[in-house]
Design a protein around this ligand. Structure first.
Ligand SMILES: *Cc1c(COP(=O)(O)O)cnc(C)c1O
Length: 401
Protein backbone atom coordinates (compact mmCIF):
# COMPACT_ATOMS: atom_id res chain seq x y z
CA UNK A 1 0.00 0.00 0.00
CA UNK A 2 3.02 2.20 -0.07
CA UNK A 3 3.64 5.32 -2.05
CA UNK A 4 6.79 4.88 -3.96
CA UNK A 5 9.69 7.07 -3.04
CA UNK A 6 12.53 5.22 -4.76
CA UNK A 7 11.18 5.98 -8.23
CA UNK A 8 12.62 8.68 -10.42
CA UNK A 9 9.61 10.24 -12.17
CA UNK A 10 11.57 10.67 -15.38
CA UNK A 11 12.40 6.98 -15.72
CA UNK A 12 11.03 5.05 -18.66
CA UNK A 13 9.05 1.85 -18.23
CA UNK A 14 11.98 -0.58 -18.58
CA UNK A 15 14.01 1.32 -15.99
CA UNK A 16 11.15 1.34 -13.49
CA UNK A 17 10.63 -2.38 -14.07
CA UNK A 18 14.25 -3.01 -13.08
CA UNK A 19 15.03 -0.34 -10.52
CA UNK A 20 11.91 0.59 -8.55
CA UNK A 21 11.07 -0.85 -5.16
CA UNK A 22 14.23 -2.45 -3.80
CA UNK A 23 15.48 -0.80 -0.61
CA UNK A 24 18.94 -2.41 -0.35
CA UNK A 25 19.72 -3.80 3.10
CA UNK A 26 22.93 -3.47 5.11
CA UNK A 27 24.15 -6.68 3.40
CA UNK A 28 24.56 -4.82 0.11
CA UNK A 29 22.71 -7.47 -1.94
CA UNK A 30 22.25 -6.73 -5.64
CA UNK A 31 19.24 -8.99 -6.26
CA UNK A 32 16.08 -8.33 -4.28
CA UNK A 33 15.99 -10.60 -1.18
CA UNK A 34 13.06 -12.81 -0.18
CA UNK A 35 12.01 -11.91 3.34
CA UNK A 36 10.60 -15.15 4.75
CA UNK A 37 9.55 -13.96 8.14
CA UNK A 38 6.06 -13.86 9.55
CA UNK A 39 6.70 -11.09 12.08
CA UNK A 40 9.20 -8.35 12.89
CA UNK A 41 11.04 -7.43 16.08
CA UNK A 42 10.58 -4.03 17.73
CA UNK A 43 13.31 -2.26 19.67
CA UNK A 44 11.01 -1.52 22.58
CA UNK A 45 7.46 -1.73 23.82
CA UNK A 46 7.03 1.93 22.91
CA UNK A 47 8.14 1.29 19.32
CA UNK A 48 5.73 -1.64 19.05
CA UNK A 49 2.93 0.57 20.33
CA UNK A 50 3.79 3.36 17.86
CA UNK A 51 3.81 0.97 14.89
CA UNK A 52 0.54 -0.66 15.86
CA UNK A 53 -1.02 2.77 16.29
CA UNK A 54 0.16 3.72 12.80
CA UNK A 55 2.24 6.55 14.27
CA UNK A 56 5.61 5.13 13.21
CA UNK A 57 6.44 3.48 9.85
CA UNK A 58 7.85 -0.02 9.72
CA UNK A 59 6.99 -3.67 9.45
CA UNK A 60 4.63 -5.43 11.84
CA UNK A 61 3.43 -8.74 10.47
CA UNK A 62 3.69 -10.30 6.99
CA UNK A 63 -0.05 -10.54 6.38
CA UNK A 64 0.19 -6.84 5.57
CA UNK A 65 3.80 -5.67 5.74
CA UNK A 66 6.57 -7.61 3.99
CA UNK A 67 9.52 -5.96 2.22
CA UNK A 68 9.53 -8.36 -0.77
CA UNK A 69 5.79 -7.94 -1.30
CA UNK A 70 6.20 -4.18 -0.89
CA UNK A 71 8.93 -4.10 -3.56
CA UNK A 72 6.57 -5.84 -6.00
CA UNK A 73 3.76 -3.41 -5.11
CA UNK A 74 5.96 -0.35 -5.62
CA UNK A 75 7.30 -1.65 -8.91
CA UNK A 76 3.86 -2.47 -10.34
CA UNK A 77 2.47 0.89 -9.12
CA UNK A 78 5.32 2.64 -10.93
CA UNK A 79 4.61 0.70 -14.14
CA UNK A 80 0.86 1.41 -14.09
CA UNK A 81 1.32 5.02 -12.97
CA UNK A 82 -0.69 4.59 -9.76
CA UNK A 83 -0.05 6.07 -6.32
CA UNK A 84 -0.71 2.78 -4.51
CA UNK A 85 -0.74 -0.95 -5.13
CA UNK A 86 -1.96 -3.85 -3.00
CA UNK A 87 -0.71 -7.35 -3.83
CA UNK A 88 -3.01 -10.32 -3.27
CA UNK A 89 -2.89 -14.11 -3.25
CA UNK A 90 -4.54 -14.37 -6.70
CA UNK A 91 -6.20 -12.27 -9.37
CA UNK A 92 -9.59 -13.35 -8.01
CA UNK A 93 -8.76 -12.18 -4.49
CA UNK A 94 -7.71 -8.82 -5.98
CA UNK A 95 -11.22 -8.50 -7.41
CA UNK A 96 -12.85 -9.72 -4.18
CA UNK A 97 -10.81 -7.28 -2.05
CA UNK A 98 -11.73 -4.43 -4.42
CA UNK A 99 -15.44 -5.21 -4.09
CA UNK A 100 -15.23 -5.64 -0.32
CA UNK A 101 -13.27 -2.43 0.05
CA UNK A 102 -15.52 -0.25 -2.08
CA UNK A 103 -19.06 -1.73 -1.94
CA UNK A 104 -21.75 -2.39 0.61
CA UNK A 105 -25.14 -4.11 0.64
CA UNK A 106 -27.56 -2.34 -1.71
CA UNK A 107 -24.82 -1.20 -4.10
CA UNK A 108 -24.82 -2.05 -7.79
CA UNK A 109 -22.16 -2.92 -10.35
CA UNK A 110 -22.25 -2.64 -14.12
CA UNK A 111 -19.95 -5.18 -15.73
CA UNK A 112 -18.97 -6.27 -19.20
CA UNK A 113 -20.65 -9.47 -20.35
CA UNK A 114 -17.26 -10.68 -21.58
CA UNK A 115 -15.43 -11.30 -18.33
CA UNK A 116 -13.19 -14.04 -16.98
CA UNK A 117 -15.59 -16.81 -15.89
CA UNK A 118 -14.69 -16.78 -12.19
CA UNK A 119 -15.24 -13.00 -12.07
CA UNK A 120 -18.82 -13.44 -13.32
CA UNK A 121 -19.27 -16.25 -10.80
CA UNK A 122 -17.94 -14.08 -7.97
CA UNK A 123 -20.42 -11.32 -8.82
CA UNK A 124 -23.47 -13.56 -9.40
CA UNK A 125 -23.04 -16.31 -6.84
CA UNK A 126 -21.23 -14.61 -3.95
CA UNK A 127 -21.53 -10.81 -4.07
CA UNK A 128 -25.26 -11.20 -4.80
CA UNK A 129 -25.58 -13.06 -1.49
CA UNK A 130 -24.39 -9.94 0.31
CA UNK A 131 -26.85 -7.66 -1.45
CA UNK A 132 -24.67 -6.38 -4.30
CA UNK A 133 -26.35 -6.68 -7.71
CA UNK A 134 -24.60 -6.81 -11.07
CA UNK A 135 -25.95 -5.85 -14.49
CA UNK A 136 -24.13 -7.05 -17.59
CA UNK A 137 -23.74 -5.08 -20.79
CA UNK A 138 -22.07 -5.50 -24.14
CA UNK A 139 -18.43 -4.41 -23.74
CA UNK A 140 -18.36 -2.23 -26.85
CA UNK A 141 -21.83 -0.61 -26.53
CA UNK A 142 -21.34 2.70 -24.69
CA UNK A 143 -25.07 3.49 -24.69
CA UNK A 144 -25.75 0.19 -22.93
CA UNK A 145 -23.22 1.09 -20.21
CA UNK A 146 -24.96 4.45 -19.72
CA UNK A 147 -28.44 2.90 -19.66
CA UNK A 148 -27.46 0.31 -17.04
CA UNK A 149 -26.27 2.87 -14.46
CA UNK A 150 -28.58 3.28 -11.44
CA UNK A 151 -28.46 5.69 -8.48
CA UNK A 152 -26.73 2.95 -6.42
CA UNK A 153 -24.16 2.01 -9.08
CA UNK A 154 -20.65 2.31 -7.65
CA UNK A 155 -18.37 0.51 -10.10
CA UNK A 156 -18.08 -0.12 -13.83
CA UNK A 157 -15.98 -3.24 -14.40
CA UNK A 158 -14.41 -4.44 -17.64
CA UNK A 159 -11.59 -6.31 -19.36
CA UNK A 160 -10.15 -4.99 -22.59
CA UNK A 161 -9.30 -6.73 -24.80
CA UNK A 162 -11.83 -9.41 -23.92
CA UNK A 163 -11.25 -13.14 -23.60
CA UNK A 164 -11.28 -14.96 -26.01
CA UNK A 165 -12.57 -12.70 -28.82
CA UNK A 166 -10.24 -9.72 -28.14
CA UNK A 167 -13.05 -7.16 -28.38
CA UNK A 168 -11.96 -3.75 -27.10
CA UNK A 169 -13.74 -1.08 -25.08
CA UNK A 170 -12.71 2.55 -25.37
CA UNK A 171 -11.50 3.34 -21.85
CA UNK A 172 -11.50 7.18 -21.78
CA UNK A 173 -15.21 7.73 -22.59
CA UNK A 174 -16.23 4.99 -20.14
CA UNK A 175 -14.13 6.70 -17.44
CA UNK A 176 -15.94 9.97 -18.18
CA UNK A 177 -19.28 8.17 -18.00
CA UNK A 178 -18.37 6.57 -14.67
CA UNK A 179 -17.23 9.88 -13.17
CA UNK A 180 -20.33 11.74 -14.37
CA UNK A 181 -22.35 9.31 -12.23
CA UNK A 182 -20.03 9.24 -9.22
CA UNK A 183 -18.77 5.74 -10.07
CA UNK A 184 -15.28 4.30 -10.41
CA UNK A 185 -14.05 2.54 -13.55
CA UNK A 186 -12.19 -0.71 -12.85
CA UNK A 187 -10.12 -2.23 -15.67
CA UNK A 188 -8.75 -5.77 -15.49
CA UNK A 189 -5.49 -5.16 -17.40
CA UNK A 190 -4.34 -8.76 -17.40
CA UNK A 191 -4.18 -9.21 -21.19
CA UNK A 192 -2.30 -6.00 -21.99
CA UNK A 193 -0.20 -5.26 -18.90
CA UNK A 194 1.16 -1.72 -18.43
CA UNK A 195 3.54 -2.33 -21.34
CA UNK A 196 0.70 -2.25 -23.87
CA UNK A 197 -2.00 -0.26 -22.07
CA UNK A 198 -2.10 2.05 -19.04
CA UNK A 199 -5.77 2.44 -18.03
CA UNK A 200 -5.06 4.97 -15.23
CA UNK A 201 -3.58 7.39 -17.82
CA UNK A 202 -6.86 7.10 -19.74
CA UNK A 203 -8.99 8.01 -16.71
CA UNK A 204 -9.70 4.61 -15.17
CA UNK A 205 -9.66 4.61 -11.35
CA UNK A 206 -8.45 1.11 -10.57
CA UNK A 207 -6.42 -1.52 -12.40
CA UNK A 208 -6.71 -5.21 -11.54
CA UNK A 209 -4.06 -7.81 -12.33
CA UNK A 210 -3.87 -11.52 -12.28
CA UNK A 211 -0.09 -11.62 -11.78
CA UNK A 212 -0.40 -15.31 -12.64
CA UNK A 213 -0.42 -14.40 -16.32
CA UNK A 214 2.07 -12.08 -18.05
CA UNK A 215 3.52 -10.43 -14.90
CA UNK A 216 5.01 -13.77 -13.92
CA UNK A 217 5.18 -14.71 -17.57
CA UNK A 218 6.53 -18.21 -17.04
CA UNK A 219 3.56 -20.01 -15.50
CA UNK A 220 5.07 -20.47 -12.02
CA UNK A 221 2.93 -18.75 -9.38
CA UNK A 222 -0.62 -17.55 -8.69
CA UNK A 223 -1.01 -13.95 -7.52
CA UNK A 224 -2.81 -10.68 -8.11
CA UNK A 225 -2.80 -6.95 -7.48
CA UNK A 226 -4.90 -3.78 -7.47
CA UNK A 227 -3.38 -0.44 -8.48
CA UNK A 228 -4.92 3.02 -8.04
CA UNK A 229 -5.05 6.00 -5.70
CA UNK A 230 -3.87 6.26 -2.09
CA UNK A 231 -7.36 6.42 -0.62
CA UNK A 232 -9.27 3.64 -2.36
CA UNK A 233 -6.35 1.28 -2.90
CA UNK A 234 -3.92 2.42 -0.21
CA UNK A 235 -6.55 2.60 2.54
CA UNK A 236 -9.88 0.92 1.67
CA UNK A 237 -8.69 -2.12 -0.31
CA UNK A 238 -5.46 -2.47 1.67
CA UNK A 239 -7.62 -2.54 4.81
CA UNK A 240 -9.53 -5.56 3.51
CA UNK A 241 -6.35 -7.48 2.60
CA UNK A 242 -4.73 -6.53 5.90
CA UNK A 243 -7.74 -7.70 7.88
CA UNK A 244 -9.09 -10.62 5.86
CA UNK A 245 -5.69 -11.88 4.73
CA UNK A 246 -5.71 -12.88 1.04
CA UNK A 247 -2.08 -11.77 1.03
CA UNK A 248 0.66 -12.53 -1.49
CA UNK A 249 3.48 -14.74 -0.17
CA UNK A 250 7.00 -13.27 -0.16
CA UNK A 251 8.25 -16.04 -2.46
CA UNK A 252 5.55 -15.39 -5.04
CA UNK A 253 6.18 -11.64 -4.79
CA UNK A 254 9.84 -12.30 -5.58
CA UNK A 255 8.95 -14.39 -8.63
CA UNK A 256 6.63 -11.63 -9.91
CA UNK A 257 9.25 -8.98 -9.14
CA UNK A 258 11.74 -10.80 -11.35
CA UNK A 259 9.00 -11.29 -13.95
CA UNK A 260 8.40 -7.54 -14.14
CA UNK A 261 12.07 -7.01 -15.04
CA UNK A 262 11.56 -8.64 -18.45
CA UNK A 263 7.90 -7.69 -18.95
CA UNK A 264 8.49 -5.07 -21.63
CA UNK A 265 10.76 -7.31 -23.73
CA UNK A 266 8.39 -10.26 -23.39
CA UNK A 267 5.19 -8.33 -24.22
CA UNK A 268 6.65 -6.91 -27.40
CA UNK A 269 7.97 -10.35 -28.40
CA UNK A 270 4.60 -12.03 -27.65
CA UNK A 271 2.82 -9.38 -29.72
CA UNK A 272 5.22 -9.60 -32.65
CA UNK A 273 4.81 -13.39 -32.83
CA UNK A 274 1.04 -13.15 -32.39
CA UNK A 275 0.74 -10.67 -35.26
CA UNK A 276 2.77 -12.93 -37.57
CA UNK A 277 0.60 -15.93 -36.69
CA UNK A 278 -2.63 -13.93 -37.00
CA UNK A 279 -1.64 -12.79 -40.48
CA UNK A 280 -0.76 -16.33 -41.52
CA UNK A 281 -4.01 -17.76 -40.08
CA UNK A 282 -6.00 -14.99 -41.78
CA UNK A 283 -4.86 -16.28 -45.16
CA UNK A 284 -5.33 -19.99 -44.41
CA UNK A 285 -8.14 -21.71 -46.37
CA UNK A 286 -9.25 -23.80 -43.33
CA UNK A 287 -9.67 -20.67 -41.18
CA UNK A 288 -12.97 -18.82 -41.31
CA UNK A 289 -12.12 -15.81 -39.18
CA UNK A 290 -9.27 -14.44 -37.05
CA UNK A 291 -9.88 -12.21 -34.01
CA UNK A 292 -6.78 -10.15 -33.33
CA UNK A 293 -6.63 -6.39 -32.55
CA UNK A 294 -3.47 -5.99 -34.63
CA UNK A 295 -5.26 -6.95 -37.87
CA UNK A 296 -6.93 -4.20 -39.90
CA UNK A 297 -10.08 -6.38 -40.02
CA UNK A 298 -10.54 -6.06 -36.21
CA UNK A 299 -13.50 -3.76 -35.41
CA UNK A 300 -11.49 -1.68 -32.90
CA UNK A 301 -8.20 -1.72 -34.83
CA UNK A 302 -8.24 2.11 -34.75
CA UNK A 303 -7.49 1.92 -31.00
CA UNK A 304 -4.27 -0.05 -31.61
CA UNK A 305 -0.80 1.34 -32.25
CA UNK A 306 1.97 3.35 -30.56
CA UNK A 307 0.42 6.34 -28.77
CA UNK A 308 -3.09 4.87 -28.94
CA UNK A 309 -5.06 3.10 -26.22
CA UNK A 310 -3.32 -0.23 -26.82
CA UNK A 311 0.27 -0.16 -28.07
CA UNK A 312 -0.06 -3.32 -30.17
CA UNK A 313 -2.35 -6.29 -30.70
CA UNK A 314 -0.98 -8.21 -27.71
CA UNK A 315 -0.26 -11.92 -27.37
CA UNK A 316 -3.70 -13.54 -27.66
CA UNK A 317 -5.14 -14.68 -31.00
CA UNK A 318 -8.54 -16.35 -31.43
CA UNK A 319 -9.51 -18.01 -34.69
CA UNK A 320 -12.45 -19.96 -36.05
CA UNK A 321 -11.84 -23.03 -38.14
CA UNK A 322 -14.30 -24.38 -40.70
CA UNK A 323 -16.00 -27.57 -39.52
CA UNK A 324 -17.01 -26.73 -35.94
CA UNK A 325 -15.94 -28.65 -32.86
CA UNK A 326 -14.49 -31.66 -34.66
CA UNK A 327 -12.25 -29.48 -36.77
CA UNK A 328 -11.18 -27.35 -33.78
CA UNK A 329 -10.37 -30.39 -31.66
CA UNK A 330 -8.41 -31.87 -34.59
CA UNK A 331 -6.18 -28.78 -34.70
CA UNK A 332 -5.67 -28.87 -30.93
CA UNK A 333 -4.99 -32.62 -30.79
CA UNK A 334 -2.58 -32.48 -33.74
CA UNK A 335 -0.25 -30.10 -31.89
CA UNK A 336 2.95 -31.51 -30.43
CA UNK A 337 4.52 -28.26 -29.25
CA UNK A 338 1.62 -26.06 -28.05
CA UNK A 339 0.40 -26.91 -24.53
CA UNK A 340 -3.30 -27.79 -24.18
CA UNK A 341 -3.96 -25.77 -21.04
CA UNK A 342 -6.22 -22.93 -20.00
CA UNK A 343 -3.48 -20.68 -18.62
CA UNK A 344 -2.16 -17.80 -20.68
CA UNK A 345 0.65 -15.28 -20.57
CA UNK A 346 3.33 -17.95 -20.47
CA UNK A 347 6.57 -18.08 -22.45
CA UNK A 348 5.22 -21.41 -23.77
CA UNK A 349 2.35 -21.22 -26.28
CA UNK A 350 -0.97 -22.48 -24.92
CA UNK A 351 -4.01 -23.57 -26.93
CA UNK A 352 -7.63 -24.01 -25.78
CA UNK A 353 -11.13 -24.68 -27.05
CA UNK A 354 -13.16 -22.01 -25.19
CA UNK A 355 -16.61 -23.50 -25.94
CA UNK A 356 -15.82 -26.69 -23.99
CA UNK A 357 -13.41 -25.35 -21.36
CA UNK A 358 -13.28 -21.74 -20.11
CA UNK A 359 -16.77 -20.99 -21.45
CA UNK A 360 -18.20 -24.51 -21.13
CA UNK A 361 -20.45 -23.63 -18.19
CA UNK A 362 -22.42 -21.11 -20.27
CA UNK A 363 -25.59 -22.28 -21.98
CA UNK A 364 -25.35 -22.88 -25.73
CA UNK A 365 -27.46 -19.74 -26.32
CA UNK A 366 -25.29 -17.60 -24.04
CA UNK A 367 -22.20 -18.85 -25.85
CA UNK A 368 -23.73 -18.16 -29.24
CA UNK A 369 -24.74 -14.62 -28.23
CA UNK A 370 -21.21 -14.06 -26.92
CA UNK A 371 -19.86 -15.15 -30.31
CA UNK A 372 -18.00 -18.16 -28.95
CA UNK A 373 -18.59 -20.80 -31.60
CA UNK A 374 -17.70 -24.50 -31.63
CA UNK A 375 -14.96 -23.85 -34.18
CA UNK A 376 -13.20 -21.21 -32.07
CA UNK A 377 -9.64 -21.79 -30.81
CA UNK A 378 -7.72 -19.49 -28.48
CA UNK A 379 -3.98 -19.26 -28.81
CA UNK A 380 -1.86 -17.50 -26.17
CA UNK A 381 1.25 -17.07 -28.24
CA UNK A 382 4.51 -17.86 -26.46
CA UNK A 383 8.11 -17.13 -27.28
CA UNK A 384 9.02 -20.25 -29.28
CA UNK A 385 10.15 -19.72 -32.90
CA UNK A 386 7.14 -18.50 -34.85
CA UNK A 387 7.88 -20.97 -37.65
CA UNK A 388 7.64 -23.87 -35.19
CA UNK A 389 4.29 -22.71 -33.76
CA UNK A 390 3.01 -22.23 -37.30
CA UNK A 391 4.11 -25.73 -38.34
CA UNK A 392 2.46 -27.15 -35.20
CA UNK A 393 -0.88 -25.52 -36.07
CA UNK A 394 -0.60 -26.29 -39.78
CA UNK A 395 -0.57 -30.05 -39.09
CA UNK A 396 -4.17 -30.06 -37.87
CA UNK A 397 -5.36 -27.36 -40.28
CA UNK A 398 -4.51 -29.29 -43.42
CA UNK A 399 -7.72 -30.33 -45.18
CA UNK A 400 -8.34 -33.94 -44.15
CA UNK A 401 -8.48 -36.64 -46.86
C1 LIG B 1 -6.80 -15.45 -14.82
C2 LIG B 1 -7.59 -14.21 -14.81
C3 LIG B 1 -8.15 -13.72 -13.62
C4 LIG B 1 -8.05 -14.47 -12.31
O1 LIG B 1 -6.76 -14.54 -11.84
P1 LIG B 1 -6.23 -15.74 -10.92
O2 LIG B 1 -4.81 -15.33 -10.67
O3 LIG B 1 -6.38 -17.00 -11.69
O4 LIG B 1 -7.04 -15.73 -9.68
C5 LIG B 1 -8.86 -12.54 -13.69
N1 LIG B 1 -9.01 -11.87 -14.86
C6 LIG B 1 -8.48 -12.31 -16.01
C7 LIG B 1 -8.69 -11.53 -17.27
C8 LIG B 1 -7.75 -13.50 -16.04
O5 LIG B 1 -7.25 -13.94 -17.19
Amino acid sequence: MHDDDSQDASWGLATRALRTGHARTAEGEHCEPIFTTSSYVFASAAEAAARFAGEAPGNIYSRFTNPTVRAFEQRLAALEGGAACVATASGMSAILATCMGLLQAGDHLVASRSLFGSTTMLFDKYLARFGVDTSYVNLTDRDAWAAAIRPKTRLLFLETPSNPLTEMAEIAPLADLAHAHGCALVVDNCFSTPVLQRPLDLGADLVIHSATKYLDGQGRCVGGAVVGDAERVGADIFGVVRTAGPSMSPFNAWVFLKGLETLELRMHAHAQAALALAQWLDGHPSVQRVHYPGLASHPQHHLVGPGRQQHSGGGIVAFEVRGGRAAAWRVIDATRLCSITANLGDTKTTITHPATTTHGRLSAEARASAGIGEGLIRLAVGLECVADIQADLARGLEPQP
